[in-house]
Write a protein that binds this ligand. Structure first.
Ligand code: KIV
Ligand code: ZN
Length: 515
């Protein structure tokens, strides 16, 4: 079996998803989980984009020991220097250089002729070679680049010292047979191709990112790039969990496998969803809530007789297991801790105390606390943003005859603040009151709500995205009451905003052109 290297760009391309803005601590948290998942190469950010991104790449490089850490750079000396600085303490650093090569990009974006593109890329690779033994080069928009020119660029990159040449379908335009053919053509025609690894980087604009990546594998790609849950610019990137499970489930067909720890897939997916605020759709392959649910009677009957009738992979493989311990208000601390270990969370000391108190509170409101409820509760506070404002209580008065009003009580610097406001609806009234209490002027950019489990007493999970002066942050709140969940999500986002203002965003690169 050929090994396929997995290059994760959740922290770079994934963070380019609209509304996603991870801080340094969150990037490190995801980096450590990617390490547990067995990712070979982690693209931690784009250091030249902002001081915050440079700091975050550095922090990930210091924290993660068992993966190559990569920083992205345009083909410019100042970008290469920024990656150098960010990766100074990385155990296994790598620089990822890119320059667009397609006719459209050459003409309209770069205003460069072919020979100028070749010269600029060659100069950048040679400059980077002085400091990095591992260099990946990406001819951006390779999918729409003339094949003979792509061969020329690849040959130049190999001569100049690149160790990986990545083929990006930057705009998600390729079909699997076309994309596969690029790899075959490069393999057959480029001198020195055996000295480097070929990589595939696909976007999902036409819903073909995973199919294209797998076509690349069939045609000799050594590495697949993508993100967890397929998040990323526009329609997103190749979903790494889909690639991993396709190679696992169809091993004989692909004759290739990844080194991923598949049992960490589900946990990684949840962590990324929680920290980015990007909710995983229920029907998403592999990690969606319905991916292993069987609804129709015929399917259920088949499943009861023999699982393989309707299940091509088992949920346990990706770490999704329902454990036997049923949790309720009589469950003690020991059982609670065991249950968490079962679900993959090892909490100790104060963290365990807080989680246990939250569980007891939930068990008072809800008869049976499911695994999903527990995951939602624990993950709510997994990465603690300093609680400048802490939620205490809300009271809402609603009538369809008059404007709803809300009173909110928060704690701030040891003092309780209680403020009332009216709004267009109950949630609006709560948010008006929180705005007054925190004295923050924010714009609500997105609000979404979903139920964690079924039933009238299910936990509701609210995600919000707030904007202030070009900074965008997400927040999450969980409660059996959706108004309370809404308040918690909003306060969480405000705390993140305050934190972000203190230590500038890790990944905001709105003003940096990818040229
Ligand atoms: O999609 C793309 O072309 C990229 C490059 C920077 C590799 O993300
Ligand atoms: Zn990309």
């Amino acid at each position: 079996m050929r090994k396929i290297y997995i290059f994760d760009t959740t922290l770079r391309d994934g963070e380019q998803s609209p509304g996603v803005n991870l801080n340094v601590q969150e990037k490190v948290e995801i980096g450590l989980q990617l390490e547990k998942l067995g990712i070979d190469r982690i693209e931690a950010g784009f250091p030249a984009a902002s001081p915050g991104d440079l700091a975050a790449v550095g922090a990930v490089a210091r924290a993660v020991k068992n993966a190559t850490i990569i920083g992205l750079a345009r083909s410019r000396e100042q970008d290469i220097e920024a990656v150098r600085e960010a990766l100074a303490l990385a155990q296994d650093p790598c620089i990822h250089l890119f320059l667009a090569t397609s006719p459209i990009h050459r003409k309209h974006k770069l205003r460069m002729e072919k020979h100028q593109v070749l010269e600029a890329a060659e100069a950048a690779i040679k400059y980077a070679k002085k400091y990095f033994s591992k260099i990946e080069f990406s001819p951006e928009d390779a999918g729409r680049t003339e094949l003979d020119f792509l061969c020329e660029v690849t040959e130049m990159a190999i001569r100049a010292g690149a160790t990986v040449v990545n083929i990006p379908d930057t705009v998600g335009y390729m079909t699997p047979s076309e994309f596969g053919n690029i790899f075959k053509t490069l393999k057959d025609n480029v001198r020195g191709i055996e000295k480097i690894q070929l990589s595939a980087h696909c976007h999902d604009d036409l819903g073909m990112a995973t199919a294209n990546a797998l076509a690349a594998v069939l045609n000799g790609a050594d590495q697949i790039e993508g993100t967890i849950n397929g998040i990323g610019e526009r329609a997103g990137n190749t979903s790494l969990e889909e690639v991993a499970m396709a190679l696992e489930t169809r091993q004989e067909f692909f004759q290739a496998k990844t080194g991923l720890v598949l049992g960490e897939i589900y946990r990684t997916s949840r962590l990324v969803s929680k920290l980015t605020g990007m909710v995983v759709p229920g029907n998403k392959a592999i990690v969606g809530a319905n991916a292993f649910a069987h609804e129709s009677g015929i399917h259920q009957d088949g499943m009861l007789k023999e699982k393989t009738t309707y299940e091509i992979m088992s949920p346990e493989t990706i770490g999704l297991k329902e454990s036997k311990l049923v949790m309720g208000k009589h469950s003690g601390r020991h059982a609670f801790r065991e249950k968490l270990v079962d679900l993959g969370y090892e909490l100790e000391g104060e963290q365990l105390n807080v989680a246990f108190a939250k569980f007891k509170d939930l068990a008072d409101r809800k008869k049976n606390v499911s695994d999903e409820d527990l995951r939602a509760l624990i993950e709510e506070k997994l990465v603690a943003t300093p609680e400048v404002f802490a939620f205490d209580a809300i009271q809402v008065s609603y009538s369809n005859q008059s404007a709803p009003s809300a009173t909110v009580r928060l704690h701030h610097e040891g003092q309780a603040i209680e403020v009332s406001a009216e709004g267009n609806g109950s949630v609006d009234a709560i948010y008006m009151a929180i705005d007054k209490a925190t004295e923050e002027e924010v714009e609500l950019d997105d609000y979404s709500i979903q139920s964690v489990t079924q039933g009238k007493d299910a936990l509701g999970e609210v995600h919000v995205v707030l904007k202030q002066n070009g900074i965008s942050v997400s927040g999450r709140g969980v409660s059996t009451d959706i108004l309370e969940a809404s308040a918690k999500a909003y306060i969480d986002a405000i705390n993140r905003l305050i934190d972000k203002r203190k230590s500038p965003g890790a990944g905001r690169r709105d003003n940096v052109s990818l040229i």
